[in-house]
Design a protein around this ligand. Structure first.
Ligand SMILES: [Zn+2]
Length: 359
């Protein structure tokens, strides 16, 4: 097993040195609220990717079985004990039941909590039954669950997390992992309107806005953080985001109680550095490592010394967050909340509600 995984993630001296600077900052126990698991065998090779959404993540890993996830933590966060909140990758074809079955099996085997990947076409009863039967603690979904003839920019949050389903999540205090839609990202007025509505109407739901609302560039936030100051409950994970300014503004907006560490594994196994160019994020990657990226506006190759300096996406995320915490003078306790305690709290709440039914 060790041999195969050395090939899965190659560690260089530069990576070791980077991690030395992060290890001190991180608590001993880490909760990763955003980790994808799936087996390649549940996906058909012939499926065409949904052209409405980015495709570069598929270049990093063709699968991420739970064994890979566990090994990734051991290699990248070697002195920490890491617990994931796991869920499937985006479904393709007719594999929704298969990928959810796999998440259920992995959760039972490892004891790690997991979320179902929900379809917006399920009735309230259907969602409730499936979540409870599989022992899930809530749901994740995605815009690609909607028919391909619907333009990406017309999609609203309630289209893939319909209100009748949010009511079920709310009733049980379940966790909803939300990847928000639209090119406008966090600052989009319709997204902000819908987030405010969820925050106010569903007071028991544990909603996590993934990747800080996909605000990867400074320009993606607009006045969102001023508006989101009105919210009381919704939470944000920092997964796959490396923008220090956005993190700084987030901490100012919602305080550490509503911020959660997430990795978005396996994508953050990627070797890269993210820059922004004309308000678009660009991942700088070592030439050749991720195939032909010439057609992708989010990817750019670098060579020689510049390439040698590139470390893992995960480390870039934590470095940026660390700098934002330092600018806010956050203490160890607050950092521990973000990297562990907040996640433990929401999982406990979702679990207790599950248990109440049987007590
Ligand atoms: Zn994700």
């Amino acid at each position: 097993m060790g041999k195969r995984l050395t090939r899965l993630i190659e560690i260089r001296q530069n990576d070791v040195e980077c991690y030395q600077q992060l290890s001190e900052f991180l608590p001993e126990k880490i909760f990763d609220v955003h980790a994808h698991i799936w087996r390649l065998s549940d996906y058909q090779k012939s499926m065409n990717p949904d052209s409405r959404f980015v495709s570069w993540p598929s270049r990093v890993a063709s699968e991420n079985p739970v064994e890979h996830l566990i090994e990734t933590y051991k290699v990248l966060l070697p002195d920490k004990s890491v617990i994931p909140l796991m869920f499937p990758n985006i479904p393709s074809g007719n594999n929704l039941d298969n990928i959810n079955d796999y998440a259920e099996i992995c959760s039972k085997k490892t004891g790690y909590p997991s979320l179902i990947f929900s379809s917006p076409y399920w009735s309230a009863e259907d969602l409730e039954r499936r979540v409870q039967k599989g022992g899930f603690l809530g749901a994740k979904s995605y815009m690609s669950m909607l028919p391909e003839n619907i333009p990406a920019n017309s999609i609203r949050i309630f289209d893939y997390f319909p209100r009748h389903q949010l009511e079920i999540h709310d009733k049980h205090g379940w966790i909803v992992m939300l990847h928000i839609p639209k090119d406008g990202r966090l600052k989009d007025p319709e997204n902000l309107k819908d987030l405010l509505e969820i925050d106010e109407r569903y007071q028991n739901i544990q909603l996590i806005v993934a990747h800080v609302g996909r605000a990867y560039c400074d320009e993606d936030a607009g006045n969102a953080f001023e508006i989101l100051k009105k919210t009381k409950r919704i939470m944000f994970d920092i997964s796959a985001n490396t923008n220090e300014n956005i993190f700084f503004r987030l901490i100012d907006c919602v305080a550490p109680d509503r911020i959660l560490f997430g990795s978005d594994m396996p994508i953050t196994r990627m070797r890269m550095k993210r820059i922004t160019k004309n308000a678009v994020y660009v991942n700088l990657v070592p030439a050749g490592l991720y195939g032909d990226v010439s057609g992708d506006k989010h990817m750019q190759e670098v060579k020689g010394k510049d390439a040698e300096k590139l470390t893992f996406f995960l480390y870039e995320e934590i470095f940026a967050f660390k700098r934002a915490c330092e600018r806010h003078s956050l203490g160890k306790n607050e950092i521990k909340k973000i990297f562990c305690d907040n996640a433990e709290r929401i999982i406990k709440k979702a679990r207790n509600k599950q248990k109440e039914r049987y007590d």
